[in-house]
Design a protein around this ligand. Structure first.
Ligand code: DC
Length: 222
């Protein structure tokens, strides 16, 4: 099994790039952000404050998340319901960022992630894959881009999906999530020492995918 850890801040294009790279390399793409989003969504639906551990942690025993993979990509199920669309709403993004700061939530999702990498060759994207989840990954990549570039990409993606958003609030969200993700105590977002830094501020999607696929092909048997 070959595992590739792909970490970086929100909106760096991790999921899109990882999905296409996985297709070209014939391995699984695991989007770990979806797991935190599912927990955040569950908290919201229960009327809990996603930032308050005393409201979120008692809910964990009621949560079952599972992933399914097909050529179209990953689908996520929350207690049997397909929530692959619902977790993409901006309120689910903020809730995910809040619950992901809780060590108990991270521990709750750890085995599921490690187990997938044990059973399959994967490119796993997230924030702490190279540092915590798969510290022995064969390849580690830290993907980043300037906040404005990342906010513009996310804005276009949301508009395309029919969400009503304005650019300034998307940029504010990106910066707020960057701050939360890199300043939390539990598994903060940071580049692993042995990760390759790939900055896509001035690369379009096709060029970013090529760079990453070439990097992986040059260093593995894939
Ligand atoms: O990648 P994303 O935007 O779907 O991630 C949603 C949130 O989950 C984000 O605020 C950071 C958090 N996250 C995390 O803490 N660790 C991961 N491995 C993946 C995501």
């Amino acid at each position: 099994m070959i595992s590739i850890a792909l970490d970086g801040p929100a909106g760096a294009g991790k999921s899109t790039i990882a999905k296409e790279a996985a297709r070209r390399l014939s391995i699984l793409h695991v989007d770990t952000g979806a797991l935190y989003r599912a927990v955040g969504l569950f908290a919201l639906r229960r009327g809990a404050d996603p930032a308050d551990p005393s409201q979120v942690l008692p809910l964990l025993p009621e949560i079952q998340v599972s992933l399914e993979f097909s050529p179209e990509g990953q689908r996520i199920f929350l207690n049997g319901e397909d929530v692959s669309q619902a977790i993409r709403e901006p309120r689910a993004s903020m809730a995910a960022s809040a619950v992901s700061a809780m060590p108990e939530v991270r521990a709750f999702l750890l085995d599921l992630q490690r187990d997938l990498a044990r059973r399959h060759s994967v490119i796993m994207d997230g924030r702490d894959i190279g540092t915590v989840v798969l510290p022995d990954a064969d390849i580690k990549i830290f993907l980043t881009a300037a906040p404005e570039a990342r906010a513009m990409r996310r804005y276009k993606e949301l508009v395309q999906k029919g969400h009503q958003v304005d650019f300034d609030s998307v940029l504010r969200d990106v910066k707020e999530r960057d701050y939360n993700d890199s300043h939390r105590e539990a598994a903060p977002l940071r580049q692993a020492e042995d990760a390759w830094l790939c900055d896509t501020t001035h690369l379009d999607l096709a060029a970013s995918i090529d760079a990453i696929v070439n990097y992986i092909k040059g260093r593995t048997s894939l």
